[in-house]
Design a protein around this ligand. Sequence first.
Ligand code: AMP
Length: 283
Amino acid sequence: MPPLIATTIPDCRAAIHTAKSAGQRVGLVPTMGALHAGHLSLIERARAETGFVVVSIFVNPTQFGPKEDLSRYPRPFERDVELCSQAGVDLILNPTPETMYGYDFKTYVEIHDLQNVLCGASRSGHFRGVATVVLKLFNIVQPDIAFFGQKDAQQALLLSRMVRDLNVPVEMAICPIVREPDGLAMSSRNVYLNASERTSAPVLFRVLSALRYAVVAGERDVAALIGQTTALIAATPHMRIDYIAVVDCDTLTPLTLVHGNVLVALAVFVGATRLIDNIMLVV
Ligand code: AMP
């Protein structure tokens, strides 16, 4: 059965009400569309854990800065519907910006401290937009479980914190990063890369893997690890580093020595395209 497509909130709520009345648990996979195998892994897990799978497809304007790629973000909606259909999605929520924000929107969710570091340092207001839209999606869909990717590690952490701090009755499921065969983390933005940039891009995962090996081999000094990583990236064509960070997994506080549960995260411009990737270490 092809998925239902709801563009309005009442239509979405009616479909969810029917599913819940039939005793089904509802899973939500929030996306901005241009679906790829990373998104499909979230959908697959939602199918395994819930009876009624909702995928939201919404390119959320409030999480884009004025100089970012909102207008050119890929929107292959027909293809997304086909992929959702093949993946067994029950409902696609595809609202317009007007439906989500009306004409006089004034309420935003802020997650202090955590929202201003790493990606938040160079994308001012980004996580405020993410948290606001996700809380709205939670209120519209009222899922039992929501599925997010570890690809966006800071986002997953912030949203988990929001759920905890605001007592949102949703279980958070964070799913592993899906990669291309050469290691490049799948992303809807990979289509922006030209052939030469695409050839360079897997270096991001290679440097993260090299950093992991260095830690396994005994290196604990974060400055040395970041120095080696920076040098490897700088030696690759098209790369301009936004940040490389070695931080505590829960607080995102920078570490000087690698210990405990550690997130190694980076954002690098490959040509004009900003890509992110990360690994977790337990030391
Ligand atoms: P996006 O459409 O980029 O906003 O992503 C929607 C969801 O898919 C987010 O929870 C992302 O973390 C997740 N996601 C994106 N890329 C990947 C990937 N390569 N592996 C796993 N999850 C991903």
